[in-house]
Design a protein around this ligand. Structure first.
Ligand code: NDP
Length: 489
């Protein structure tokens, strides 16, 4: 078995406790992971707090911080093959996807590296005589970053890159499911030359490691990605340190297909929206809302294409869909499909584990046609390869059904009518809207949701502001003595 180590305060260490990581393609343990406890978390946070004031980090100017981020980006690019192979092994995500995504992860570090020395303060023409007033931006402090098991390198990049550019220090907790790629990434952080304590990377269970980290008194900001139930724990934990928060949570994202949509293109977008990463994506387009007049044709095309998806070993370059990441995930998806069918949803295709692909956690690409919006598959997040379909009558009905969700992360709109596209974009209660495309992302664009999909935004220039706090400075410029405060003039 491969053995992984923590990275705390610039050192790679064995942990006193370990746990096994399971290869989802074979359902067998393949690596031994360190399990951080409260003491490890405390050491990492204290090291981060020290590093905030250590001249090795605090003494760097912003351009030098940016250069470290560029160097890290280059190292990620150099090691894409290794990191992709580890992510594929630990999550079951297919190698084509992990290789492609990881090359792009480097761009996040470059983008924020470039922004590091564009962080500026400002002078304020304050309404008082003989005063110079200005605002400094300072790093907010120690950041606790927590990511779930899917796309850990990507989901951590949107936190680490702006936080490091701002001059913060970070303790990153990888998910206990599939932490291998982040623990390997720690080697690149070390090689890039970040001073000890600036970025520690550890993994452990949510209840001890995650709780200690998010409630630690020296933490000033929490950047969390995960499910809404865990987010509630994190919010409660943050009552201890009153840290500011960003929460990137789940979704039940609608794809609205109008009668005039280009169906060839739309079918490809829908397939990518729901079946890429075996549906284990926060922006999975898991609710298909389709105009009743084209539903028959669209569904038959989707079912035909879904039936052709090559399910198999994630490290095989010809595989199009790999396993789900965990047994728990497989059981959750299967149970939710069964519950939805009991509630009246009709199975168009799929609907059971794909046992022909081996002993791993494979599930068939599944499409469910629902009669009403109160079906479980339209309300709850699968985080799996299941598309739930509901028909609509007209534009108003489509918007009402799209917004009828406790989530509001992403949405897709497919139409050739530009005026309608603008109307629908405006009406959708969703943090990201794609028109005639899906799943496009960039470090330059903010990302985040409404409602139970989260709080705050990651990505874009604005994200750096989350890792800064202001200091307001007043300087009296008069040489006159300060007058007696008890004599009113
Ligand atoms: P979880 O919410 O279960 O876990 C997320 C992270 O929180 C993990 O690292 C977990 O650790 C940790 N954690 C668990 N309990 C606590 C606690 N009490 N205090 C602090 N941290 C804790 O999510 P999943 O791993 O199941 O991931 C799937 C979810 O993530 C889905 O809802 C998905 O939509 C969402 N997601 C959102 C994205 C977005 O950008 N909006 C992107 C990707 C996923 P451990 O694993 O060790 O339990």
């Amino acid at each position: 078995m491969d053995i992984f180590q923590h990275y705390i305060d610039g050192c790679f260490e064995e942990a006193s406790q370990t746990f096994d990581s399971i290869d989802p393609a074979t359902a067998q343990p393949w690596a031994r992971m360190p399990r951080a406890g409260a003491q490890d978390v405390d050491r990492a946070v204290r090291a981060a707090d020290r590093a905030l004031r250590d001249p090795a980090w605090a003494g760097l100017n912003a351009t030098q911080r940016g250069r470290l981020l560029f160097r890290l980006a280059d190292l990620i690019e150099r090691d894409v093959a290794l990191l992709a192979q580890l992510e594929t092994r630990d999550t079951g995500k297919i190698i084509r996807e992990t290789s492609f995504q990881l090359r792009y992860v480097a761009e996040y570090y470059r983008y924020y590296g470039g922004l590091a020395d564009k962080i500026e303060g400002r002078c304020v023409p304050v309404d008082k005589p003989d005063m110079e007033a200005f605002i400094h931006n300072e790093p907010i402090g120690v950041v606790a970053a927590i990511v779930p098991w899917n796309s850990q390198l990507f989901l951590s990049a949107v936190k680490l890159a702006p936080a490091l550019a701002a001059g913060c220090t970070i303790v990153l907790k990888a998910s206990e499911e599939a932490p291998a790629p982040l623990l390997a990434f720690a080697r690149l952080v070390h090689e890039a030359g970040f001073p000890p304590g600036v970025l520690s990377i550890l993994t452990g269970f949510g209840d001890d490691c995650g709780r200690c980290l998010t409630s630690h008194p020296l933490v000033s900001r929490i950047a969390f990605t995960g499910g809404p139930a865990t987010a509630r724990h994190v919010v409660r934990n943050s009552a201890e340190n009153l840290a500011s928060l960003s929460l990137e949570l789940g979704g039940k994202s609608p794809m609205l297909v109008f009668g005039d949509a280009d169906l060839d293109s739309t079918v490809n977008a829908i397939m990518a929206g729901i079946f890429a990463a075996s549906g284990q994506s926060c922006v999975a387009g898991s609710r298909l809302l389709v105009h009743k007049d084209i539903a028959g044709e669209l569904l038959s095309r989707l079912a035909g294409r879904a039936g052709l998806i090559r399910i198999g070993a994630p490290d095989d370059l010809t595989t199009e869909m790999g396993p789900l990441a965990t047994k728990r995930q497989l059981e959750h998806v299967d149970a939710l499909v069964k519950r939805s069918v009991e509630q009246g949803a009709a199975l168009v295709t799929g609907g059971k584990p794909a046992t022909q692909a081996g002993a791993g956690y494979y599930y068939e690409p599944t499409i469910l046609l629902c009669e009403n919006a109160q079906t479980a598959c339209l309300e709850e997040e699968f985080f799996g390869p299941v598309l739930s379909v509901l028909l609509f009558e007209d534009e108003a009905d489509a918007i009402q059904k799209a917004n009828d969700s406790k989530f509001g992360l992403a949405a897709g709109v497919f139409t050739q009518n530009l005026a309608r596209a603008h109307r629908v974009v405006k009406a959708l209660r969703s943090g990201v809207v794609w028109v005639n495309t899906y799943r496009v992302i960039s470090p330059m664009m903010p990302f985040g949701g409404y409602g139970l999909s989260g709080l705050g935004r990651e990505g874009g220039r604005e994200a750096i502001g989350d890792y800064l706090r202001t200091k307001s400075v007043w300087i009296r410029t008069s040489d006159e003595p300060i007058s007696d405060p008890f004599v009113m003039r």
